[in-house]
Design a protein around this ligand. Sequence first.
Ligand code: HXC
Ligand code: NAP
Length: 289
Amino acid sequence: MAQLPPDVIEDDCLPEYRHLFSPDLLRDKVAFITGGGSGIGFRITEIFMRHGCHTVIASRSLPRVTAAAQKLTAATGQRCLPLSMDVRNPAAVTTAVDQALKEFGKIDILVNSAAGNFLCPASALSFNAFKTVLDIDTLGTFNVSRVVYEKCFRDNGGVIVNITATLGTRGQVLQVHAGSAKAAVDAMTRHLAVEWGPQNIRVNSLAPGPIGGTEGIRRLAGPLANMQLKAHASPLQRLGNKTEVAHCALFLASPLASFVTGTMLVVDGGSWLTFANDIGYLERLSAKL
Ligand code: HXC
Ligand code: NAP
């Protein structure tokens, strides 16, 4: 059994790290990472920086990304530019991408990790609640991809990694908003891979399963007291960790995946294949929410 890569629950850098890939894998590349100030996006940023990459991390909260950038730079010695930006606002996205290009002169990699989610039955979901999650996850991914394409990737090529989910593959209850939003992003991945491939732009989705130490799992598993038990029902019988997701993002973003585009890499220990999707249980749970 392979040893698990280390992780810490908090949005802190790993106290120690042993390279599995070459430390130069992303040397002097620049990655623009939405949602890079927390959770999975934070760890992806750290792992990229530990492989020689400079980064831009962008989300709504400037204090959050500023604090994250300080930790990331201290731990890795690479540069990290924190920017405040709402992915729903194309003008703000344009300003942020301009700032990134002014700072670094290029962007090689875009990771769309910003997202919003909560548990809610479809019948109780307000029209605005559904729209809000679609706006952040789906339109947000398009907005940032479109601006980075226009300002950089069209002429120079690049790599896009969209962080999605498998919620929509079997129709998870309480998740019609997030499942629909992420399924649309997976479709966008394929469309953009086809349309932008000739310009040397690779576009792939990475779909994590339940990952420990994240806001996502706190929101979804908090009320699911026996989520850990359900995780044990998955083939690898555990939650994933953020470093495991980050290593897969590193693979997709790097030249190791130079012939990989338009696909979805599921990083979930096989749980989407076996997760009970116990409608009765989840409906009883939703009655309590
Ligand atoms: C029902 C809710 C709700 C909830 C908000 N709304 N929270 N409805 N249950 N828990 C409704 C509001 O009432 C409102 O509708 C609408 O959604 C917009 O809410 P706002 O608070 O105004 O939105 P906003 O400030 O833009 O915040 C977006 C957010 C928020 C998604 C609601 O939670 C957020 O900022 N989340 C970012 C962090 C996050 O979610 N991280 C987890 C990602 S994990 P009305 O009708 O009242 O106006 C993830 C995991 C996927 O994506 C898969 C895991 C396996
Ligand atoms: P998280 O820490 O809450 O990450 C979401 C990030 O998105 C936050 O940094 C947030 O920062 C940013 N964000 C939210 N709305 C935004 C907006 N409108 N504009 C710009 N940035 C915005 O949660 P996470 O669990 O690590 O999730 C990271 C990614 O993994 C998401 O795409 C999620 O769907 C996916 N995922 C997670 C899991 C899991 O188990 N955790 C499973 C499957 C998929 P601000 O609040 O500062 O804006």
